[in-house]
Write a protein that binds this ligand. Sequence first.
Ligand code: HEC
Length: 171
Amino acid sequence: MTTRLAGLAALTLTLVGAACGLVGPSLAATATISFAKGSPLLKEPPLKIVAMAPKGSLHNPYNGNAQMAKAGHKLFMSYGCSGCHGGGGGGGMCPPLINGVWIYGGSDDTLFRLISLGSNRLHKAGYHRQAIENVVAPMPEMGVVIKHASDVWKIITWIRSAYQGPPAHKY
Ligand code: HEC
């Protein structure tokens, strides 16, 4: 119960933050979304990035980087993703992440938004289910606990590195 309340409080703060335009001047002025090395955007909370970035504009700066993938796996474990998706991402109570099925599509942009917003808010943002996995349930809004956009990118880098599906469905 306490955890649930804490989660709600965090969510409320996040929503208020987004509504009150806490986006700093440097961010508001950013015309294109770039996560190039040293970009201040990497340190921003994922939910802020999702709110400011036009659909389809988010690209992972770390894909293919083995060191980032390793760091991503540590984050995958520490943020509790593994509790639902299994330590190797092969699924458990919840769908596998490393097979060739991508529920909403497998682009960097879609995965960043799904992980940050969770299923319900992703649906509200206009994304639709394109495939069915072995389990159909809502993904929680992990953006309320993940600190930095770079953490999400590292995790996605790891998911890509662990991919075991058919080559045609690899992103
Ligand atoms: C409480 C369980 C739970 C937790 C914790 C969780 N997920 Fe999920 N995740 C789900 C469910 C359920 C789905 C399916 C969503 C749907 O069908 O709308 C999903 C879907 C996904 C997908 C899409 C898979 C596909 O086949 O397209 C990715 C990627 C993902 N989660 C990553 C993560 C990451 C990264 C974390 C940790 C930051 C995480 N999840 C934490 C339950 C969870």
